[in-house]
Design a binder for this molecule. Sequence first.
Ligand SMILES: Cc1cc2nc3c(=O)[nH]c(=O)nc-3n(C[C@H](O)[C@H](O)[C@H](O)COP(=O)(O)OP(=O)(O)OC[C@H]3O[C@@H](n4cnc5c(N)ncnc54)[C@H](O)[C@@H]3O)c2cc1C
Length: 477
Amino acid sequence: MFIHTKSAMADYDTIVAGGGISGLLSALVLSRHGKKVLVLEKDDIVGGNCNSYMVDGFQVDTGPHAITHLREGPLRRLMDEYFTYMPFFVDYGHYYVRTDKGLTKIPSNIKDFVTFDVLPRKDRLLLSQALTKALTQMTFGMLDENHPVYDFLPKGLSLDTYDFVNAISYFLSGKSMKETSVSRVLYGSSFVRDSVSVDVFKDDEALPDTSYASVITDMLSKYQLRGHLSSLSRLATNKVAYAQAYPRGGLKSILNAVLYSMPDTVQIKTGSRVCKILTDGEKAIGAATDTDSYISDTVVYTGFAKSLPSLISLPSEYKQDLSRIDQTLSLTIWLGLKEKMKEFDYTGSEVWFRGGAYWAMPISNYDANIAPKGKQLVGFTFVIEEKKDIESEKKKALDLIMKAVPGIEKNIEMTHYQVTIPEKAAVTINGFFAGTRSPVKNLYLAGTDTDRRSMGVTRAAYSALELLKAMKEDKKL
Ligand SMILES: Cc1cc2nc3c(=O)[nH]c(=O)nc-3n(C[C@H](O)[C@H](O)[C@H](O)COP(=O)(O)OP(=O)(O)OC[C@H]3O[C@@H](n4cnc5c(N)ncnc54)[C@H](O)[C@@H]3O)c2cc1C
């Protein structure tokens, strides 16, 4: 092993272990604050779960993606402050639920529950009451973060409604309604923004004048909050949804914008797995791959926090915490269709929840260049259990798609499977998030297992901002 020591001087100000979107955003931010950065990525390409590639003429992403909180969230802040190249975003569209009757918009406010006839009328009423109660309690800090969705559901709901709530929980947290907290559903759905700013609770719309309004009003007066919360009706009157988008050119456009914005003071080495974080006494001083060692003032680790104990000696209590990080395994099936189908004539995504659940997005509807001329590309994502045989999970998933979209099998020209861990930590009730600082001096963490806010790329952006904040506080910047 060759060790660069440059007469005890650090080669770099910061080494970033991992070149996924979190690592690259961290490198960009630090370099723009004057740091010389080395990114070490184990794979032959950077991007991790944020990338796109070609399969038989179709450009697939690493899973169907909705990029959230774009109007004023963390990615917007990073783009405004640090990007010199901008991805172009296309308005996301809507969230639908597919049943054998076709597509119905998923309600994003309580008022819309009135017409959401996918669920029985009685269940809708019970659910809106429960939802109003949860929102009210949450706003005033009365809702325990660990309260499972399942426990909050009223008694007497139909099986169909349970399946629907379960599918939404899986979509928002990666886990079932028993492991997902109510606050996660409220934040993750459009009902509450998780980059919460006070204006979420501004009185800018009157309550809807429906029978549901009286239900809500009753609930609000019960909690003596009426004036304060008349904005419940505003919550995601789909204004919030407009802050979601898909990057034109595919997911790789976000990655490329970060890479093109990177100053020369960032060096990226692919095919370089960090197998050890180097220490001197109590502090981190660099990182080693199989072939090289690099010295730096600080190290930012963006691989699985769960795997950190294999790279550096850590206090046992911290290791115990890291072992509590929950993860979800997903299967995405990309179907390249010979011709466009009327069933997928929309932008946005759909959820199927009967006899199994999927989340699907026809991404070529945002940008025709993603599929060959006249053809269509749709991605379907399923949550799968690690213990189960992947091949039989694939077959089961494909069968469910055929059941949900009759006739699709005649139109399939390309089938491509991806088995991935979408986020390094699922937001479950007992799941742990590592945070930015580690117990080792000069060793920081970034990535989707360090910050529980939002999801995916947005969460990665939060983690880069938190890194910046922590390093500023620690006088490293
Ligand atoms: C099916 C699916 C659907 C998704 N849907 C959405 C969505 O709708 N919206 C959204 O915002 N996000 C979504 N995501 C999630 C989003 O893509 C990821 O959360 C994000 O890309 C993760 O970024 P990351 O950098 O934290 O992690 P990763 O992408 O996992 O990056 C970590 C990187 O570190 C590297 N690495 C790990 N260990 C080492 C080591 N020891 N040495 C060197 N390198 C190392 C890895 O190779 C990888 O490149 C989805 C993901 C999937 C799979």
